[in-house]
Design a protein around this ligand. Structure first.
Ligand SMILES: O=P(O)(O)OC[C@H]1O[C@H](OP(=O)(O)OP(=O)(O)O)[C@H](O)[C@@H]1O
Length: 171
């Protein structure tokens, strides 16, 4: 368990997206949600419900990871699934944690395999320092102070209850 309150972060994130887009997620040509497998997909599912979106996409970044050689295709179990036309859409890309930015870079490449979006905006439950890519989020649940040797992991308790856990490397 971490001292970072994932539920409070979720409420903040939801309010920011709702302030920006209101009921637009329900509109035929409105923005769409796409969550990065797996924590981002949990978030996108919950945001879709709370924002009145009829569907959400799931993005699997395995094929575009820059540590592909090391990690391989371990997370191919849940392939990318985008129940909307990517061409010309405004996509709110959702992930649990933004750290180096490498996962988001891979997710943008994956989205481009399906078409050319009008825009991609990033929404994250927690942002931490340590960026290695020129990537910033528009919507941020919490700016988390986490030690460099620590990983922040989202967990889902029950159907829709989030908590953060920290793991120190070497544990
Ligand atoms: O900005 P970054 O440095 O890329 O870090 C953020 C990513 O790291 C974690 O995923 P992880 O790579 O651990 O994979 P997982 O979701 O399969 O656990 C987290 O869920 C983010 O997707």
């Amino acid at each position: 368990m971490s001292s970072i309150d994932a539920e409070a972060s979720y409420a903040t994130l939801l309010a920011q997206i709702r302030d920006a887009y209101g009921a637009a997620f329900g509109a035929a040509d409105g923005p769409v949600l796409a969550g990065i497998h797996s924590g981002g997909a949990w978030l996108a599912e919950r945001l879709a419900r709370d924002l009145g979106a009829k569907f959400f996409g799931v993005v699997n970044v395995a094929l575009h990871r820059d540590d592909y050689a090391k990690k391989g295709l371990h997370s191919q179990a849940s392939p990318t699934s985008l129940p909307f036309d990517v061409d010309g859409r405004r996509i709110v890309l959702v992930d649990d944690v933004l750290h180096t930015g490498r996962t988001v870079r891979a997710a943008v490449n994956e989205l481009y395999d399906y078409g050319r979006p009008a825009a991609i905006e990033l929404a994250v439950l927690a942002e931490r320092s340590g960026r290695e890519m020129p990537i910033e989020a528009r919507f941020i649940g919490v700016r988390a102070e986490v030690a460099a040797d620590t990983t922040l992991v989202l967990e889902r308790a029950g159907e829709m209850q989030f908590t953060f856990r920290t793991e120190t490397r070497g544990d």
